[in-house]
Ligand binder design. Sequence first.
Ligand code: ZN
Length: 278
Amino acid sequence: MNTKQGLAYNGEVRFFIIDSTSLINELNTINQTSPVAIAALGRSVSITALMGLMLKGNDKLSTTVSGDGQIGKIIAVANGQGEVKATLSNPYVDIPLKENGKLDVSAAVGNGYLQIVKDQGLKDPFVGQTELISGEIAEDYAYYFSQSEQVPTAISAGVLVDTDYSIKSAGALIVQLLPAATEETIERLEWVFANLKPMTSLLQEHDLDAILSAVFEDDFETLKETEVKMVCDCSYQKFEDGIKMLAPADLLDVKKDQYAEVICNFCRKEYKIETRNL
Ligand code: ZN
């Protein structure tokens, strides 16, 4: 299983962790992304996948990182069963590295906001939105949790891109304080996160259990493991229905050809929709 969730520090905090290396490699292949684009997309998807696991089975959520940088929008969708899909406006964004040689994710993302929409089967979905405070993704999601959901949260997320543009390692860790958390636990956690190695280095050297042991000094209990997978729910029918909803003039235009060719934004699958049925 590529994720684990559970309790730590005497049950005073809960954690969610993912090794998303193969998942992000798959996304990288589907989208032909540049290194900085897959770093931003990969961080966002890894965190969104873990947020999905906070939901009940059929509930789902979507996260949109919307900055004024060259990447444009990063959209990720996840549910409680570990299914995720994701897309971004500009997979080819190419900007100079930071002075320290690292990918400049915050410059590629820019200033803007993070929006979370949760569909929990109620009449209206829950919508929460906060500003992007750094554009480095993990901090932006942590800020969302503390501001919009009032849950003090620490997040570490990373994607390491190899010289051949494949993904060497990727993952995320979310730790949240439960209401019973003592001042001592809060301070301990702050210290641990301040001294935590990047997720990408941890994942190259250790499995999830070893990382959790190091982070929580063996004081943790895994309650659930889920295999997170890339799953797209697109279909011929969905695209056909979508075209039928076009304005009459546009629909007439589409029907001039025998087929309408569409490509799914998420999985890049191509559909040839027969226009005589529209
Ligand atoms: Zn699709």
